[in-house]
Design a protein around this ligand. Structure first.
Ligand code: PXG
Length: 290
């Protein structure tokens, strides 16, 4: 595997960054998780846009232009002969002194890894997932805005551990007001009487790129799409529920906190969206090999 670090490619065992990098010392940095399908990078521009928005929010100056990061991402896929894969793009604050002042970091680092990801077992896509609400609430906007895809994922990791301890693969995180925010690495949706509902960004959801894509597909299919505040009660009484994410794609949910959702198996609206999503991922995106 060839890994891109600051303009050069390194073998896996030589791909290293400084122990003084504030990305490591403080989680001071940002990232993106991107997919390639069928020789194309899916929603590349949208991911790089979000990377720049995250950077702006944490006053991190990415040392490359938008177009150059797009080109480096595609080139890293080419170097690794990726047709279908997963790309992790990381920008760290860079090496500095021991002490959290980011002004000691002279040069942010850009890292691009192109490999594979299998987030959840395949059979869960057929059966649907059983998930729970966990005690750890999503970060407050006023503390660390969940819209920022930062290297500070402890909030999500704690929730994931709580889910894993209960035998579940994913966790529903509420915000401090008790409304549903999102899952640890996925957005959440419900279907109720022909309406597609998902928490608003103000509830503490990441501006998910799969989330937006699914909302567009649903609107095209004639579903009413809205973003109201949702409570656990709304989830329990939904006709269908599913999660979205770049890695997860669309994952049906059939049980929440012991309550069976709808008929207890992936529903027709979810299955239709899955089909449409797969059609879209196969046929669109930035070509890698032309
Ligand atoms: N919420 C959170 C907190 C996320 O981290 C999503 C929602 C879905 O967003 P996208 O834009 O991907 O639709 C994410 C994204 C992993 C992994 O390694 C996690 C994500 C993406 C890729 C890999 O677990 N989360």
């Amino acid at each position: 595997m060839k890994i891109y670090i600051d303009g050069k490619y390194y073998d896996e065992r030589n791909a290293k960054i400084s122990v003084f990098d504030h990305g490591l010392l403080y989680g001071d940095g940002i990232f993106e998780g991107i997919r390639a399908y069928n020789g194309r990078v899916f929603k590349l521009k949208e991911h790089i846009d979000r990377l720049f928005y995250s950077a702006k929010a944490i006053l991190l100056e990415i040392p490359m232009a938008h177009a150059d990061i797009m080109a480096a991402t595609v080139e890293t896929c080419r170097q690794n002969r990726i047709r279908d894969g997963y790309i992790r793009l990381v920008v760290t604050r860079g090496a500095g002194t021991l002490g959290l002042n980011p002004r000691s970091c002279k040069q942010p680092s850009v890292i691009i890894i192109a490999g594979k990801i299998q987030l959840y077992p395949q059979e869960l896509y057929q059966q649907g997932m059983d998930i729970i609400t966990v005690p750890t609430t999503r970060n407050l906007h006023s503390a660390l805005n969940p819209a920022i895809k930062s290297l500070n994922y402890l909030n999500n990791i704690l929730a994931k551990i709580e889910a894993n301890n209960a035998g579940c693969e994913e966790a529903i995180m509420l915000n401090a007001a008790g409304f549903v925010a999102e899952c640890t690495g996925d957005n959440i949706f419900v279907i109720k009487e022909g309406h597609l509902l998902t928490p608003p960004l103000s509830a503490g959801a990441l501006y998910g790129i799969t989330r937006r894509t699914v909302m567009e597909l649903a609107a095209q299919a004639g579903l009413a799409v809205s973003e109201p505040d949702l409570t656990r009660y709304d989830l329990f009484n939904a006709d269908e529920c599913f999660l979205t994410g770049t890695a997860a794609e669309i994952m049906p949910v059939v049980k929440i906190d012991g309550r069976t959702i709808g008929a207890g198996k992936p529903g027709p609206v979810t299955r239709n969206l899955v089909t449409q999503y797969h059609t879209l991922t196969k046929a669109s995106g930035q070509p890698i090999y032309e």
